[in-house]
Design a binder for this molecule. Structure first.
Ligand SMILES: Nc1ncnc2c1ncn2[C@@H]1O[C@H](COP(=O)(O)OP(=O)(O)OP(=O)(O)O)[C@@H](O)[C@H]1O
Ligand SMILES: [Mg+2]
Length: 307
């Protein structure tokens, strides 16, 4: 385990008690300010309703109970440690996307979730971030499964496979809107990876992909786009995707990710993007909350403008 990450973890542990207390008081303030009674708010589950006049597509019906049972962010209002952890990560990403620094980051609302090696928790992180941001009052999220070699977003959400990014990039589908599906979560839309193609990773690095991401950034500037991507080490095209996104979340796994791999991953990213780290699968020693995984989200100081 690297000393950098260990220090980060230490800082995180120290901050955690204070963080929890702060979030609790923020939550209770939110509940007081909200027009609904607190009890009604806490039992709120996003409604399964059609997604507005533009989408003709059948919404994906995400099984929120199953996600919650599998340790994901809960949208049912139940207080869970993971919700608080992701709320903190999300705040920083939203600040980069829309805050004062956003004008210094190209495509600041486009966030790629990546890692050095497979299985460190990219899809887990991308799906949780999407759920967490979709629960914001005024933010919509588009989750794109660009891990075309090991697509896992639909599987994680427990929904059926449908055509997606690959069909669009190969020209089988003409309009990106035909693979941009609404879901039963009001503010969440998904573009699945679609079927694997022998040129999958090359297509990811294509000019068409670049233009598509730019269009997301410009056409929906108030929307967050989260892109689940293949690992950075060993798959060159993932690094090319980094040129299209304004922010990167690098997922590392406590006790497993090597510092040399983390360094290598960061070197492959675009130095002008905002880069943050999530330490995943941290086992908390908190006696009141045994065994849930925690996260530390730290951000490199030298982000915008390569300062
Ligand atoms: N914090 C966590 N808590 C519980 N389970 C987790 C956590 N992080 C990851 N997992 C589980 O670990 C497995 C690997 O995670 P995930 O699929 O997100 O990794 P990945 O980096 O996307 O892998 P791949 O490189 O195959 O795409 C999954 O079964 C996932 O549900
Ligand atoms: Mg994955």
């Amino acid at each position: 385990m690297s000393s950098t990450i260990e220090k980060a973890l230490q800082r995180r542990r120290e901050a955690m008690a204070a963080e929890k207390a702060k979030n609790q008081s923020a939550d209770s303030a939110e509940q007081q300010a909200a027009p609904q009674a607190p009890a009604a708010k806490r039992s709120h589950v996003p409604a399964a309703r059609p997604q507005g006049p533009t989408s003709q597509l059948e919404p994906f019906n995400i099984d929120l109970d199953r996600l919650e049972r599998n340790g994901h962010v809960s949208l049912s209002g139940v207080r869970k440690g993971i919700n608080e952890e992701y709320r903190e990560i999300k705040r920083k990403l939203l600040a980069n996307a829309f805050g004062p620094l956003s004008s210094t980051i190209k495509n600041s609302n486009i966030i790629m979730v990546t890692s050095g090696r497979p299985s460190e928790g990219k899809t887990f992180t991308a799906t949780n971030l999407a759920l967490s941001i979709a629960s914001e009052q005024d933010k919509t999220v588009l989750l794109v499964d660009a891990d075309v070699l090991k697509p896992n977003v639909l599987n994680t959400f427990g929904v059926e496979r449908r055509s997606g990014l690959m069909e669009y990039l190969t020209g089988e589908v003409n309009d990106i809107a035909d693979v941009l599906y609404p879901t039963n979560i009001d503010k969440l839309k998904i573009i699945p990876a679609g079927k694997t193609h022998h040129l999958s990773t090359e297509l990811l690095a294509s000019q068409k992909m670049h233009e598509t991401v730019d269009e997301f950034a410009n056409r929906y500037p108030d929307r967050i786009v989260i892109i689940d991507t293949p690992p950075l080490i060993g798959i060159t095209e993932s690094a090319i995707l980094a040129n299209f996104a304004g922010q990167a979340v690098v997922v590392t796994e406590e006790g497993r990710s090597k510092l040399s791999d983390i360094r290598l991953s960061v070197e492959r990213l675009n130095p002008d993007m905002a880069i943050g780290f999530v330490v995943n699968k941290v086992v908390n020693k908190d006696a009141n909350d045994p065994g849930y995984y925690g996260y530390y989200y730290g951000q490199e100081q030298e982000t915008a403008n390569g300062a």
